[in-house]
Structure formats: structure tokens, C-alpha cells
Design a protein around this ligand. Structure first.
Ligand SMILES: NC(=O)c1ccc[n+]([C@@H]2O[C@H](COP(=O)([O-])OP(=O)(O)OC[C@H]3O[C@@H](n4cnc5c(N)ncnc54)[C@H](OP(=O)(O)O)[C@@H]3O)[C@@H](O)[C@H]2O)c1
Length: 457
């Protein structure tokens, strides 16, 4: 490590930035569960909250104080993304920043820059592929040099997809190999599935700037493609009826498949994963064994609903955002009337606590591949084996996301020396070989093998 890293003496283990936001307040509540006390030791010994309004953060803290009350003197720091010195002050005081300030395309870069400059670690809950790839292009080398780990998408976007794909892939025991894995996401609730405007705004801006991602990719050196046995999957129809789970499904253009692909590309470049700062022999073996058991596959995500009408609703919202998001007048309309244009899925005030607690998700991973890898190169390379796995958990945005973010943060605090020194990475690459999956299982996000079946010839 560099001298300036060794000499860093941050006052706080974790700073939650954007603590006044809708998601931020749920992240505070989750983090308070793990704050160190003499009766429940934790690597999270010092926590601070940050944002641009002291009084709004104090309100969030009051809301989040049940059932785990904070210490009376929990620090509240002020920082604004339009004021880089305030971000540098924040980053210099923190081992790790959990960034909940979005849309990330608008506000994320100065936070990443401040963390990288001061060698502070950075996790966020971004679901915006262009932001993530732009940060990788612009900050990877400096982050590696400064000893700052920068990992986006440590929320529902995209950890269930990343760990879910790695979990499915590891069920293919040699000589079996997967060819493709399709994930089917089903959002369930005894009340209503509702998201806050922050996520909706990020999605609208993502669509508006879709061409920027293509531009960025064109400007960067080509990376090696993962070697996947067998032919690419057939295109399939726009709407599919998945009989096994009784779901109607349509392609979901979320960040998940893009993040997973980046993980598989990184694995192609580094088949044994990325070495940690000071790994012992056991940790090296764990990492190498883990990655040697992962087999790349084509990956896609579909949104599933019980009724065909539900799928038309998904398509209609996609069409609204796709059409109106392309120009500034349309975007103003979309953002002024979120509930109308999202057909009730997003609200300016977000979901009620009841709506949050009564929601859950299921994500099925249907893997198709070959019982023997040699079959993949034969003339009629039709998959003959199917392995279905599943990830389930509570409401995605405000329960699952904080659980994941906080567990990723605890791993950084607890296992920092066995993780890479620094750089911009996907969650799969950093957390895949750690105990993240076990930790999530312990906190209500479960991974199961559902079935292994031969497919008819
Ligand atoms: N990965 C996932 O699955 C997942 C789940 C949930 C949310 N998210 C993402 O998280 C982000 C936030 O969503 P949300 O619903 O929580 O939004 P939100 O309620 O609007 O919160 C936004 C937060 O950003 C802060 N902020 C805005 N501009 C700022 C600036 N210039 N400087 C400092 N802070 C600033 C706000 O502070 P003020 O209170 O002072 O305005 C607020 O704390 C979105 O990008 C969303 O997509 C992702």
C-alpha cells in the first residue's frame, strides 16, 4: 500500500451519503442493526450520516431509529455534490462511503472522484450502466494506484442477478456446462408494488442518454469475449409464457445483464479473479476454487407477471419512457406525472411502509446447457440439460437494497486486506468469492436449487 494509504486515519468506518433520501433512510435503519456494541461486536464501530441538509438527515435518523436506536451523538456531516471540497472533506474522514445520492449520472462522479483522490472505498446502489462504465473508464487506474475500491450496483441492481448467475453456473458439475441462463423476475405484494421517484428519474435519464453508453464503448479498447460453449441463444418472441412458473414474461432492459457481462469479461481476463492485498494461502485457494467453478453463459433478464395484462402494463410503461424520454419536453412530463406515466408503479412520495413490508421478489434462473461439454461442438448442439435455481427476498428497493449494501460494506470493513487493493469493479468480481451469499441468506435473501432435468432431444 502507498504511504498515504497507510497514514490515513479516517474518523468513521462508514459514512452514508444521501442519508436524507428515500432509500437513504432505509439504509440508515439497516446500518444501525450492525453498529458495534459491547454485547454485539461488529467491524462497524463508527458511523456518520451525510447530505446537504442537516435537518432532513436528522428527520431520516429519527424515522430510522426504531428498532435499533442510534447513539445520541451520531454525527451528521454536510456535503453537496456541487461543492467538491465538501466531498473531499467527507472522503478524507471515511474508510468507506455508501453513496445513495442519485440519479448517479447527475451526481455520482464528483463523489467517486473525491473517494479515489483520498483513497477511501466507495459503494453505491446505482442501476445506471453508462455511469458505471464511465467510472470504470475514467477512474480504474487511479483507484488502483490510490487503494480505493469503487463498486457500483451493490443493491437489488445488480447483486441478486450477479450472485444468482454465479450460483446457477456453479451447479454445472463438469463435464456439464451451461450455454445460457435466463432470469425471470417476479415482483409480488399483498398490497401494491410501488417505487420512489428517484429510481424512476434514474430510469428516464438512462433512456434519454442511451446513445452515450454506445459512444463510450466505441471509444474504448475492445475486451475479450467470454468463451461460451454452444451457439448463441435463439431470439425468441417478444412475450413469452413461462409455463414452469406460470409467468408471462418480457425482456427487462435493466442494468443486470450488463453488469453480469462485465463480470464475465473480467473473469475472461483474470480467470483466477483479482488478488487481494494480503491474502493467506487459504484465501487464495478459496478465490481460485470459486472462480474455477464459474462457467460463463449467455445471460438475460425478463420481467414476469401472472397475467398477460400485467405484461402489457410493463410494455406500456417501457413505451412511454422510451418515447417521451427522448426529448426534454417529454422528460418534463414524465417526471411531473410519474404515477400516471408509470401506471401507478412510481410515486413522488414513494411507497408507504406497509407497501414496502408487504412486497417481495422471486428471481428464477433457468439454465440450459450440455450434460457433457463435448456435445456443445457436435453438429446439432441442442442443450440437453436444464438447471433451475432461484433467489428470493423481501421488497427490492428499500429492504433488499439496504441489506445488500450494508452487507457489502461490512465485508469491506472486515475483510479489506484479502480484497484487491483498489480499482473500479463489479460487485460479482469483488464479492463473488467472499461470504456475501451466506450473509444475504442469513438476512432473508435466499438462494436455492429448484431442479436439474434432462431436456428432450
Ligand atoms: N440498486 C437499486 O436497486 C436501487 C434501489 C433504490 C434506489 N436506487 C437508486 O438510488 C438513487 C436514490 O433513489 P431515492 O429513491 O432514494 O431518491 P431520493 O429520495 O430522491 O434521494 C436522493 C438523495 O440524493 C440527495 N441529493 C440530491 N442532490 C444532491 C446533491 N447535489 N448533493 C448531495 N445530495 C444530493 C438528496 O438530498 P436532499 O434530501 O437534500 O434532496 C437525497 O438524499 C436513485 O438513483 C435510485 O435509482 C437503486
Amino acid at each position: 500500500m502507498q504511504d498515504d494509504q497507510v497514514n490515513r486515519k479516517p474518523r468513521y468506518d462508514v459514512v452514508i451519503f444521501g442519508a436524507s433520501g428515500f432509500t437513504g433512510k432505509y439504509v440508515i435503519r439497516e446500518a444501525l442493526k450492525f453498529l458495534h456494541t459491547p454485547s454485539s461486536p461488529s467491524p462497524l464501530k463508527t458511523l456518520a450520516l451525510a447530505g446537504r441538509s442537516h435537518s432532513k438527515i436528522a428527520q431520516s435518523l429519527k424515522w430510522a431509529a426504531h428498532p435499533n436506536p442510534p447513539p445520541p451523538d451520531l454525527p451528521i456531516l454536510t456535503a453537496d455534490t456541487s461543492d467538491p471540497p465538501s466531498l473531499r472533506r467527507l472522503a478524507s474522514q471515511a474508510k468507506l462511503i455508501l453513496n445513495c445520492v442519485g440519479p448517479f449520472r447527475l451526481y455520482g462522479e464528483p463523489v467517486v472522484a473525491a473517494c479515489v483522490d483520498s483513497g477511501c472505498d466507495y459503494l453505491d446502489i446505482c442501476g445506471e450502466p453508462e455511469f458505471m462504465e464511465r467510472m470504470e473508464a475514467g477512474y480504474h487506474e487511479k483507484a488502483a494506484e490510490k487503494g480505493s475500491l469503487v463498486i457500483s450496483a451493490c443493491g437489488f441492481d445488480s447483486v441478486p442477478a450477479e450472485l444468482g448467475l454465479l450460483f446457477n453456473s456453479r451447479q454445472w458439475v463438469p463435464p456439464a456446462v451451461p450455454n445460457r441462463v435466463e432470469a425471470y423476475l417476479s415482483l409480488e405484494s399483498s398490497k401494491r408494488v410501488v417505487g420512489n421517484i428517484g429510481t424512476y428519474e434514474s430510469a428516464v435519464l438512462g433512456v434519454a442518454n442511451a446513445d452515450k453508453l454506445q459512444e463510450l464503448r466505441r471509444s474504448r479498447p475492445k475486451k475479450p469475449r467470454p468463451l461460451i460453449p454452444g451457439p448463441p441463444p435463439p431470439k425468441g418472441s417478444l412475450v413469452e409464457h413461462q409455463k414452469k412458473f406460470d409467468l408471462w414474461a418480457v425482456k427487462l432492459p435493466s442494468a443486470d445483464s450488463i453488469v453480469v457481462r462485465r463480470t464475465l469479461v473480467s473473469l475472461t481476463q483474470n480467470p483466477r479473479g483479482i488478488a487481494g492485498v494480503h491474502e493467506d494461502a487459504e484465501q487464495i485457494e478459496r478465490r481460485e476454487t470459486f472462480w474455477s467453478s464459474v462457467k460463463p453463459a449467455h445471460f438475460g433478464v425478463k420481467m414476469g407477471t401472472k397475467s398477460l395484462l400485467g405484461i402489457f402494463r410493463v410494455i406500456a410503461v417501457g413505451v412511454f419512457i422510451g418515447l417521451f424520454g427522448k426529448n426534454s419536453f417529454g422528460r418534463r412530463l414524465l417526471l411531473k406525472f410519474p404515477s400516471f406515466f408509470s401506471l401507478g408503479w412510481f410515486k413522488k412520495k414513494g411507497p408507504t411502509e406497509d407497501e414496502v413490508s408487504s412486497a417481495s421478489f422471486k428471481m428464477w434462473f433457468v439454465g440450459h446447457g450440455y450434460s457433457d461439454s463435448s456435445l456443445a461442438t457436435s453438429g446439432n448442439a441442442k442443450p440437453d440439460l436444464e438447471i433451475i435455481t432461484r433467489v428470493i427476498g423481501p421488497e427490492i428497493g428499500y429492504l433488499t437494497t439496504p441489506i445488500i449494501l450494508v452487507q457489502c460494506g461490512l465485508i469491506l470493513l472486515h475483510q479489506r486486506e484479502s480484497l484487491p487493493k483498489g480499482g473500479v469493479f463489479t460487485p460479482g468480481i469483488i464479492f463473488g468469492p467472499t461470504d456475501l451469499q451466506e450473509r444475504l441468506q442469513k438476512h432473508g435473501i435466499c438462494f436455492d436449487v429448484i431442479s436439474k432435468n434432462s431436456l428432450p432431444a
